[in-house]
Design a protein around this ligand. Structure first.
Ligand code: BV8
Ligand code: ZN
Length: 271
């Protein structure tokens, strides 16, 4: 990323009144939350996330899939928002008409100062019944194997490594049963092959259709229909600025490509 590109992106952001910030897993990478393209750790090294994130996988082995999501949720609980999350919140504070649209299922935007992002793929923190869709309580965060206490529970900060990937001691875990109908509780995320929540998708298309800048951060732009959101903005004439250490299919439509990590680039952009 060079000075002129950052200056041009800063000029476009300074001129914007209704920006959209569109984020993917790379937004949380510097918080230690693995991206989908990162190598999985522990038990899940043997699985392609896209094979686990499907209704069929949950039907075939609810404990394996529920255990994976619980491990990811505990990892997110141990993570902290990074300076990139706080820079996105600074943009939204400065420009009240900002809309943050995320593909991520962690809660780091909320904890980093963006109270209500448009959530295209749901949340790790909204489990529901797989049959009657009744919202289910979040399980206690201490796994049966009584791993290290959660730092948010007032205990010492987790002495874990940088990464908050699912850990080796995490493994299959039987999902709780719905209090109403007894069916297994499932994660509140959108799996591959499932439709996105129509209200969220409509809100995202509406925001991308009326924005005057779209800032896309940390996405490989391979997952549809989310990947079409930046294209909506570009087709309607809004400039697109990308933050990603590597090229993506979005490069061709971007006015500026800022090659670098979100946690460094975004604070420099909003300085
Ligand atoms: C549907 C929740 C229909 C679960 C997720 C059209 C074309 C091709 C395929 C399809 C298509 N339409 C539909 C499909 C099928 C499929 C799909 O897109 N497949 C692709 C992968 C081939 N889509 C679906 O199935 C969708 N559903 O279309 O349903 C339908 C309609 C009606 C009725 C019934 C059905 C549902 C897709 C949602 C899947 N759920 N998440 C969970 O989290 O477990 S998506 C999941 O993958 C993540 O949430 C995330 O959104 C996505 C991964 O994308 P990214 O966020 O971009 O993350 P990734 O790891 O790929 O990339 C990270 C990037 O960050 C990299 O570029 C890296 O360079 C960068 N990076 C790294 N570090 C940093 C960084 N950037 C900045 N700073 C850093 N420090
Ligand atoms: Zn139920």
């Amino acid at each position: 990323m060079t000075g002129p590109e950052l200056a041009e992106a800063g000029r476009l952001l300074a001129a914007a009144r209704r920006p959209v910030v569109f984020t993917g897993a790379g937004m949380s990478a510097e918080s230690g939350v693995p991206t989908f393209r990162d190598a999985q750790t522990g038990l899940w090294q043997r699985y392609d996330p896209q094979e686990l994130a499907t209704p069929a996988a949950f039907r075939a082995d609810p404990a394996l899939v529920w255990g994976w999501y619980e491990a990811r949720r505990r990892g997110v609980r141990r993570a902290e928002p990074n300076p990139g999350h706080r820079a996105v919140a600074a943009i939204a504070a400065r420009l009240p008409d900002t809309v943050v649209i995320t593909q991520n299922v962690d809660d780091l935007h909320e904890r980093g100062g963006v109270p209500a992002p448009v959530r295209l793929h749901g949340s790790l923190f909204a489990p529901r019944c797989s049959a009657c869709a009744r919202p289910a309580p979040l399980p206690s965060d201490l796994p049966p194997s009584a791993g290290p206490p959660e730092p948010h529970d007032g205990a010492e900060p987790h002495d874990g490594a940088e990464s908050h990937a699912p850990e080796a001691h995490d493994g299959p875990l039987d999902p709780p049963a719905c209090a109403d109908c007894g069916a297994p509780v499932r994660p509140g995320v959108v799996w591959f092959g499932e439709a996105l929540p129509s209200a969220a998708l409509d809100a995202a298309v509406e925001a991308a259709s009326s924005c005057d800048l779209l800032l896309t951060v940390g996405t490989s732009a391979l997952v549809h229909p989310a990947a079409e959101i930046p294209l909506v903005a570009a087709r309607l004439g809004a400039p697109v600025v990308q933050v990603n250490p590597v090229p993506t299919p979005l490069d061709a439509i971007c006015a500026v490509n800022l090659r670098g990590p979100a946690g460094e680039v975004l604070p420099a952009l909003v300085r």
